[in-house]
Design a protein around this ligand. Structure first.
Ligand code: ZN
Length: 164
């Protein structure tokens, strides 16, 4: 269920949602560079920011994750461990700080996986797209202007996941 090819694999391992091989992040989490993200997948070339403002949605996802985590910590410390209010607030505070670091990355990874699906044929499709462009260039067609018909232009490879 959590093997390569599943969304859970891509989200948890912070891999490109399209090829499940390329990394999302340049630096490891402990370096605390929250948003040090590759622009394109280093393996298949998927553009991670699907459209301008794309990461805005990830912020809302992050709020949901963090409120959920804080609520769980609160319920466990209150009802299971029966801690006093200072102890509970300390636990919630520590969870919030640690959670923020992890959550900024997790929410982007999850958000990207909502729009992009795993595609094991990405290599063949990249090649087919490039071949098509070559054909158009040979016919004297300006590929940069028509590329949106083929690959959604600079937005990357949405056409792999959505029928045009
Ligand atoms: Zn990729």
């Amino acid at each position: 269920m959590f093997n390569k090819g599943t969304k859970v694999y891509s989200i948890v391992n912070m891999k490109c949602p399209r090829c499940h091989e390329g990394e999302l992040w340049r630096s490891p989490l402990y370096k605390l560079k929250f948003y040090d993200m590759y622009e394109n997948c280093p393996v298949c070339g998927l553009k991670y920011e699907q459209e301008p403002g794309f990461w805005f949605g990830a912020m809302y996802m992050g709020y949901t994750f963090s409120s959920g985590a804080l609520l769980i910590v609160m319920l466990i410390t209150l009802f299971v461990l029966k801690w006093n209010i200072q102890q509970i607030l300390t636990a919630v505070g520590i969870t919030a700080v640690i959670g923020f670091i992890f959550n900024t990355r997790l929410s982007r990874s999850a958000w990207l996986n909502i729009s992009v699906s795993y595609n094991p044929n990405w290599k063949a499709q990249n090649e087919a797209r490039e071949k098509k462009r070559e054909e158009l260039r040979a016919q004297g067609i300006n590929v940069d202007e028509t590329s949106s018909l083929i690959s959604q232009g600079h937005h990357g490879y949405e056409s792999d996941n959505k029928v045009l």
